[in-house]
Unconditional design. Structure first.
Lengths: 347, 535
């Protein structure tokens, strides 16, 4: 199903929490709403499912209005599956019964076969006769996914599906769920506050915060071409380094001049440049030196916090054999493929 | 006690709590053994008499009553719970807790009010006779009794069903609807089956209360096991016959308890969540839901309480020295029982915490078994062995002296009956006192009495107060044990209600009954407050 969300607004009662959300999810694509908690992501997801109204705007599936002014198709007629944060498995049914639950219109034999096929797909074929409370959190999650997929929905909604699980389990399960969705060829919309989950699962990600959809795009673009400061801060690590535009399309920085792709800044404007830790390279031959003020060993690399001579701080990822002490000065240079510049606020 | 405690391995052998707990749980064995013995070795002559004249009628009556009240409370409780937890209608939030209020009114008080209002001499029937039309249906019938007990007991089902619907059922409906089911199908296929073990559990509690009930059925002149025990004891003065009836009753009790345990075992939790849940808007039916809830609260609470208040105003002369004495008796019995029972429950809970194992779990089960034993059964089962024992000591079996019993025996009976009521909050409070808290305070040098004062007491006092309050109110409401075992001169509010109803003084019974209801309101209000009732 091609999902279109068109200038949608949601909230609690009449209070708007999230407004002006527009994006399109192509059939078979996995989308993700990423943002801090209480940003209204789940409410929007529940509006797509049909449980909550929209305060404004419309939701269309394959050009049919699901929710819009005066229209609200009940959840059961949308053919949109949902995986709940708390799994919402039925405790009185065994695993097979839960997966078969939505197949009540089919003959029992077909329903059984389809349910077993789905259990196979999520790797729980041998758990069919167990009950939900006998399963681990991760297994319950797989059953919930299998149940949603079994009914051959046009779209699957996942509400913080991994937040109740151990961190080690999350990424693994995210990849498995992605594989299952792709196997069934069904699109999905996921809600999460975890960047790792979003990156692991989604084809398209929308960053939600401050009451708006801040950016809708691929993970790569969010990371390297954030549309604004909120996205730059929420996705990935890094710092903003101040610089001054020289009017020639270049920005002067303590590291020397850099050239943004989009020179939309005037002469003399104070600007901020986004520096990811992997943009700052440790190089003994570099003319610029910076003092180490903190170091964080991550195994394969060090994350050094460096102080430049003008007092600004940057972060640098350095291979872990470069073991330097705090207080030492090391040579650094920039390796910027994407120069992201934000005009200084208030100027 | 933890200050100089050697490492755990060194003190496996003995804990003072354990032996004290075992000793405190033993009295519960007495009524149980007495009735089981009577069951195993019946006196042929007594049994023949009972089988011919008493048991068939009593058993039949009880069966009809259980059937009616069980069905009534299951339907009413489940329907109200589903409305409040799953639907949206005007006044829903208020009804969520208003519907719990009838818990404060014991069945026998509701019976007194309904008979006063609707019996032949009452205002409603009198008015009916004044106008031409259909005859007013007789109230003191099985139908009237079932209605009164259903209105008094439905909150047991309502509370657990509402909890089940609100925590899991609403989400189950949403899951079912994303799978293509309409709202009604989702309710009957997802929510209701999921809540069934809880509904069954609540209904079984109702059945146990119905079986144990003495006051309501005697007001309706409807003979069941409890009234049969009372009549054998106080009309025929045959404690052996009474014990034999109790033994027959025990079979039914055991069956209900077994079913209750079974239903609890099927209450499995999976994916209990607290995300946002959308309640079904009822559209133009919403006001019908409001009307239905209003009718139930009105019939089960507002009407009886206002009628009682009216009657009490008319009989203000009854508030005399005797009334104050009765009130003082009730309050002091309830306070003593509450203090003793909470202390005993604390010992039992501490033992189980100190030495988790078969011994302490058995002790806990035995100590709390009395909640399943109907008061009438417990009274006769405790009284007969004690009377025999004291008779053997003094060499003569003086029924007169033994009948009067003693204050201690009465308090022991209360303790057995209500230990479970105190044990649940006390052991729950102990759970909050996690070992890490005690260890942390020790590592900070806070030990001994200072530790008790700063760690144990602040964490436990809430549950102690809850436990004491619950026992206090239960003793205030208690009728059969008090009636059969109270020492001479220890009339209470409940026994006064019984006397007045026995004399047909329905409206005058309002004076003592109102005090019982007021006491009963306190824990109900606290209970609904603490749950927050976001449901």
């Amino acid at each position: 199903m091609r999902l279109e969300v068109d200038s949608a607004a949601v909230g609690y009662g009449a209070r708007v929490v999230l407004a002006g959300v527009s994006f399109t999810l192509e059939p078979g694509e996995i989308g993700c709403l990423l943002g801090p908690s209480a940003a209204g992501k789940t409410t929007l997801l529940r509006a797509v499912a049909g449980f909550e109204p929209l305060l404004h705007g419309a939701i269309r599936g394959d050009a049919t209005v699901l929710t819009g002014p005066g229209v609200r198709l009940p959840p059961e007629r949308r053919n949109v599956g949902m995986v709940f944060q708390d799994h919402a498995l039925l405790p009185h049914l065994d695993v097979l019964g839960n997966v078969r639950f939505g197949l009540f219109r089919q003959p029992r034999r077909d329903a059984d076969a389809r349910a077993r096929e789905m259990l196979e797909l999520v790797g729980l074929a041998d758990a069919a006769t167990r009950h939900p409370h006998e399963l681990s959190g991760g297994q319950q999650q797989r059953v919930a996914v299998a149940r949603a997929l079994a009914a051959r929905p046009r779209l699957v909604l996942l509400d913080e599906p991994f937040s109740s699980l151990d961190p080690e389990l999350r990424e693994r399960l995210a990849l498995d769920v992605r594989a299952a969705l792709k196997h069934e060829g069904v699109g999905a919309l996921l809600v999460t506050h975890s960047q790792a989950e979003a990156f692991a699962m989604a084809d398209r990600i929308g960053v939600v915060g401050l009451g708006r959809l801040q950016q809708w795009g691929r993970a790569y673009d969010l990371y390297h071409r954030p549309a604004n400061r909120f996205v730059a801060g929420f996705v990935g690590e890094g710092v903003l380094l101040s610089g001054r535009a020289d009017g020639d399309g270049r920005v002067m920085t303590p590291f020397g001049p850099v050239r943004p792709r989009d020179p939309a800044v005037g002469t003399g404007d104070e600007v901020d440049i986004l520096l990811r830790p992997d943009d700052v390279i440790h190089d003994d031959d570099a003319p610029l030196q910076a003092r180490i003020v903190a170091r964080h060993f991550r195994g394969a690399e060090f994350l050094y916090t460096l102080e430049l001579d003008d007092g600004q701080r940057v972060e640098s990822l350095v291979p872990s054999h470069h073991d330097h002490a705090v207080g030492q000065r090391i040579g650094v240079r920039l390796d910027l493929e994407h120069v992201v510049v934000f005009a200084r606020e208030g100027t | 006690m933890t200050r100089h405690a050697p490492p755990r391995a060194g003190r496996v052998a003995s804990s003072p709590w354990v032996w004290l707990a075992v000793a405190l749980s033993l009295p519960a064995l007495v009524p149980l053994l007495a009735t089981v013995t009577a069951l195993a070795r019946p006196d042929p002559a007594t049994l023949a008499h009972l089988l011919e004249f008493v048991l068939p009628r009593v058993a039949g009556n009880t069966a009809w009553l259980l059937l009616g009240v069980g069905l009534g409370t299951a339907l009413l409780g489940t329907a109200l719970a589903a409305l409040v937890a799953l639907c949206e209608f005007p006044g829903r939030r208020a009804f969520s807790w208003l519907l719990v209020l009838p818990l404060a009114i014991p069945g026998y008080v509701l019976a007194v009010v309904f008979i006063d209002l609707f019996d032949f001499a009452g205002p409603v029937a009198t008015w009916f006779r004044g106008v031409d039309g259909p005859a007013m249906p007789e109230v003191r019938t099985l139908g009237g009794l079932v209605m009164v007990m259903t209105l008094a007991l439905y909150p047991y089902v309502y509370l657990v069903a509402r909890e089940a619907f609100a925590t899991q059922g609403a989400r189950a409906i949403e899951a079912a609807r994303t799978l293509g089911m309409g709202p009604w199908r989702a309710f009957f296929h997802a929510s209701l089956p999921m809540a069934r073990p809880w509904i069954a559990g609540g209904t079984l509690l109702v059945l146990m209360e119905t079986l144990a009930d003495f006051g309501t059925v005697s007001a309706f002149n409807y003979d069941t096991f409890t009234t049969a025990i009372y009549q054998a004891w106080f009309a025929l003065f045959s404690t052996d016959t009474a014990l034999q009836v109790a033994a027959a009753m025990l079979l039914l009790v055991a069956a209900l308890v077994a079913l209750e345990v079974l239903s609890r075992r099927r209450q499995s939790f999976a994916g209990v969540g607290h995300g946002p849940v959308a309640r079904a808007p009822l559209g133009r039916w919403a006001w019908c839901a409001t009307a239905a809830c209003t009718l139930v609260v009105g019939m089960a609470f507002v009407l009886p309480v206002s009628r009682m208040a009216w009657n009490a105003m008319r009989h203000l002369a009854d508030v005399d020295a005797r009334y104050w004495q009765t009130l003082a008796n009730a309050l002091s019995l309830a306070s003593m029982a509450a203090a003793l029972t909470v202390a005993a429950a604390f010992v039992v809970a501490m033992a189980a915490r100190d030495r988790p194992g078969l011994l302490t779990s058995t002790t806990t089960r035995l100590a709390t078994i009395g909640y399943g034993l109907p008061g009438a059964l417990l009274a006769i089962g405790l009284y007969v062995p004690v009377a025999r024992f004291s008779a053997r000591l003094s060499g003569s079996f003086d029924l007169g002296i033994a009948l009067q019993g003693g204050l201690v025996l009465l308090l022991v009976a209360y303790g057995i009956r209500f230990m479970a009521v105190a044990h649940a909050p006390v052991s729950g409070g102990l759970l909050r006192l996690r070992p890490h808290l005690v260890e942390a305070s020790r590592s900070l040098g806070v030990t001994g009495m200072r530790q008790v004062r700063q760690v144990h007491w602040p964490l436990l006092r809430g549950s102690f107060a809850t436990a004491a309050l619950l026992v206090f109110v239960d003793v205030m409401k208690e009728m059969p044990i008090t009636l059969m075992m109270r020492p001479f001169g220890w009339d209470t509010l409940a026994t006064r209600v019984f006397e007045l109803t026995n004399e047909g003084e329905w409206s005058r019974a309002a004076v003592p009954a109102l005090a019982i209801v007021l006491a009963g309101l306190v824990p109900v209000i606290l209970l609904t407050r603490r749950r927050g009732d976001a449901a």
